[in-house]
Design a protein around this ligand. Structure first.
Ligand SMILES: C[S@@+](CC[C@H](N)C(=O)[O-])C[C@H]1O[C@@H](n2cnc3c(N)ncnc32)[C@H](O)[C@@H]1O
Length: 280
């Protein structure tokens, strides 16, 4: 049984910059995490902001992104965090030795090409992915297609040593199970009183109706997730999901509990609403 002691103590911060990272929302989300649960499941892991904050005794983690999971698997190894940090430090030195920003950009694009050509998911690949994500504009190395990236621009480079957050890499996650799998395969194993945190890709929209991407993938996924949550609820598994706040979402999940989460949008200097959906 996991007792949630984290509510009073400082969280470990994420070491991977990632779109949809929940770090800034944790203060609003954490109070709704159940006090007691069996195993913690996070099948849309990304940078794992929630997982790192909760630090559960038993956890099963997953994501379909091979590079994300490769970084987590390297961090899980005994000397993984140190080795990863040393490789990132070498990359930092190479970068800062370039004579100007133009040369730095050229170097970063060359390194991205190198990353794209790597055939194996190992420590070297993890360090390159972690580092390029850190220095890419908005800390977001763009994915052109599956695990193939494009380096569009450099972020303002300040204290890279700080950016690499080696302190936060220094964690022990040796007991966690980590898989590169579809979320359904991960949550399939849940038992009564386990706790699942779902943070799937959001439905994007500016006005009212849900706008799907060309293949309607987001819509298909959210309907499928609804079925999965219904199944977990029958099994008495506790489920929390983060999602964008639209009438269609509120309709679809109407039998569950909603918590409003306020999110600051820097580019419009305003707040918008997101939802936490709970089955407990
Ligand atoms: C919104 S992000 C999660 C962000 C994360 N909570 C954080 O704090 O960084 C969604 C993640 O779901 C993953 N994903 C998308 N579809 C998936 C699927 N079918 N199964 C498992 N993971 C999936 C993506 O690769 C991405 O990492």
């Amino acid at each position: 049984m996991t007792r949630c002691y984290y509510k009073d103590k400082e969280c470990i911060k994420t070491f991977l910059r990632y779109p949809g990272n929940k770090s800034k929302l944790l203060k609003q989300i954490i109070p709704y995490v159940p006090d007691d649960f069996g195993t913690y499941y996070e099948p849309f892991l990304g940078s794992g902001a929630m997982f790192l904050c909760i630090q559960p005794e038993k956890a099963v983690l997953g994501d379909i992104n091979k590079d994300v999971i490769n970084v987590w698997k390297q961090v899980k190894k005994v000397n993984g965090p140190t080795e990863l940090y040393e490789l990132c430090k070498k990359l930092t030195e190479e970068l800062v030795n370039k004579k100007d920003r133009k040369e730095q950009l050229k170097w970063a694009r060359k390194k991205t090409k190198q990353l794209n050509e790597m055939k194996v998911y190992n420590l070297q690949r993890a360090s390159l992915y972690l580092f390029l994500n850190e220095i890419a504009f908005n800390h977001n190395l763009r994915e052109q297609k599956h695990n193939q990236y494009y380096f569009h621009g450099l972020h303002k480079i300040g204290h890279l040593d700080y950016y690499l957050k080696h302190k936060h890499l220094n964690i022990n996650i040796s007991k966690c199970e980590i898989y590169c799998k579809d979320y359904k395969q991960i949550i399939n194993e849940c038992e009564e009183n386990d706790f699942v945190y779902l943070d799937p890709p959001y439905i994007h929209n500016t006005n009212n109706p849900i706008i799907y991407n060309e293949k309607n993938e987001e819509k298909t996924l959210i309907y499928e997730i609804k079925e999965q949550i219904d199944l977990l609820t029958k099994k008495k598994v506790k489920v929390m999901m983060s999602m964008s706040d639209f009438p269609e979402i509120r309709n679809l999940f109407s039998e569950y509990k909603f918590i409003d989460i306020k999110v600051y949008r820097g580019y419009t200097n305003s707040f918008c609403n997101e939802l936490l959906i709970l089955n407990y």
